[in-house]
Ligand binder design. Structure first.
Ligand SMILES: Cc1ncc(COP(=O)(O)O)c(C=O)c1O
Ligand SMILES: N[C@@H](CCCC[NH3+])C(=O)O
Length: 415
């Protein structure tokens, strides 16, 4: 049983409503549909009904999104002290929050150790060094060890983490570190690994291999040091970005995951981020310049790589559609949709067929709910956009538009 469709194309968004939101809140504007977030959560919970699910909140930490996901009963995986703070503030139970330490700054560890004492957080370490730093701080909470499984996957080499030395303890060193942790009095409750982000059907073999390696590792660790509560095999479930891409068959992924894990006396867990939120969000942007050139029609818009960095950073494809009310009556042109930033990489889409664009047309960019606002920046002193959350017929401002004064307000130097 699944809830809603596994694919939500751009054409499913109500164009008239989006035009109204752009008028009211101006552009660039992120729009999140909370009902779609719930649908995505329900689909995950239906497929992974025997597993423990956490939301990797780095994908979208906007408060209404966090509260909506918290209400579905899943946990939260956090990549920083700031994310832990936001997860707790949104209502996640401390016992369901995991902090994944990646070269953790001392300030993160101070906060997390302090908070863990009251909130029962789980801290995941990916280096023996981090274990020492926790011991130095008198950490007495629940501990998880992140393994580097030696197998990675993902939509781009920059997001394939499973074999990158930066992440996790090499698989063959995990049993010794686990034994050492238990000897030193840590409460070892789990093991963890993550292959990478944006896993598609073609990556399933890599996923299966990672899970199989984690199954074997957990059997060794349990035999050495006794029971643990869980083995989390990471996030990474991809969603279709192109119109012709098929969605992941979640039931098949869940079955393959269980099968590869085998018979281990610990709860299996996953921690997707993107799957919860990607197609629950769009980015609205307005055309400010139309420039025909011999190669292409350059369509200049008010959102750029500072608003949505994925195309510039990973060459990611995001569908773009014109919301001009008379779009159907216009001839299509081949367009390059480019932002206002002084970088050649500041292009949201190339070779896009758009109804003959005009200044002030509204465009909508798809699948912007994951790693969109989260990765936005202030480069070129561009204020970050606003975000609106939709709950049924209601729309509420979730994040106000940044002003230049918000940026300059951080400066302490005055003449
Ligand atoms: C440790 C960890 N867990 C979970 C995720 C979530 O990945 P995704 O949003 O692709 O599901 C990430 C990001 O890649 C991650 O680094
Ligand atoms: N930020 C990446 C995915 C997550 C990487 C985090 N480990 C993307 O937009 O695809």
């Amino acid at each position: 049983m699944t809830t809603g469709s596994a694919v939500r194309r751009l054409s499913a968004w109500d164009a008239e409503r989006l035009r109204g939101l752009a008028e009211e809140y101006e552009t660039p504007l992120y729009v999140y549909d909370l009902e779609r977030v719930r649908d995505n959560a329900a689909r995950l919970q239906s497929a992974f009904d025997e597993e423990e699910i956490s939301y990797a909140i780095k994908a979208n930490t906007t408060r209404p999104v966090l509260s909506t996901i918290e209400a579905t009963g899943v946990g939260a995986e956090c990549a920083s002290a700031g994310e832990v703070e936001r997860a707790l503030a949104a209502g996640f139970d401390g016992a369901d929050v995991r902090y994944t330490a990646v070269n953790p700054p001392a300030r993160d560890l101070d906060y997390v150790v302090d908070t863990a004492a009251d909130e029962d957080l789980i801290v995941t370490v990916g280096a023996a060094d981090t274990l020492d730093q926790l011991a130095e701080r008198g950490f007495s909470g629940r501990l998880c060890i992140r393994a580097n499984p030696g197998v990675g996957a993902g939509h781009h080499e920059k997001v394939s983490t499973g074999a990158a030395p930066k992440f996790g303890v090499p698989l063959d060193r995990v049993p010794d570190l686990a034994a050492e942790a238990v000897d030193r009095g840590f409460d070892l409750v789990g093991l963890h690994a993550h292959a990478g982000s944006g896993i598609s059907g073609g990556d399933l073999e890599a996923h299966r291999e990672l899970v199989a390696r984690m199954g074997e590792l957990s059997r060794t660790v349990i035999a050495d040091v006794g029971n643990i509560e869980f083995v989390n095999v990471g996030g990474g479930l991809g969603v279709p970005y192109r119109e012709d891409q098929a969605p992941l068959d979640l039931d098949a992924v869940a079955a393959a995951t269980r099968d590869a894990f085998g018979d281990v006396d610990a709860r299996l867990g996953i921690e997707p981020g993107r799957y919860f939120v990607a197609d629950a969000g769009v980015l609205l942007t307005r055309v400010n310049t139309v420039k025909p050139t011999p190669e292409t029609t350059v369509v200049g818009v008010d959102a750029g790589m500072t608003t949505l960095v994925r195309p510039a950073m990973y060459d990611s494809y995001h569908a773009i559609r014109s919301l001009a009310a008379d779009a159907r009556t216009r001839e299509p042109v081949s367009a390059t949709v480019a932002g206002p930033i002084c970088e050649t990489a500041d292009v949201l889409g190339e070779d896009r067929s758009l109804p003959d664009p005009e200044r002030d047309d509204l465009l909508v960019v798809g699948n912007a709910g994951a790693y969109g606002y989260e990765m936005s920046s202030n480069y070129n002193s561009r204020p970050r956009p606003a975000a609106v959350a939709l709950e049924g017929d209601e729309a509420r401002l979730a994040v106000r538009r940044e002003a230049v004064a918000d940026i300059t307000g951080l400066e302490t130097w005055s003449e």
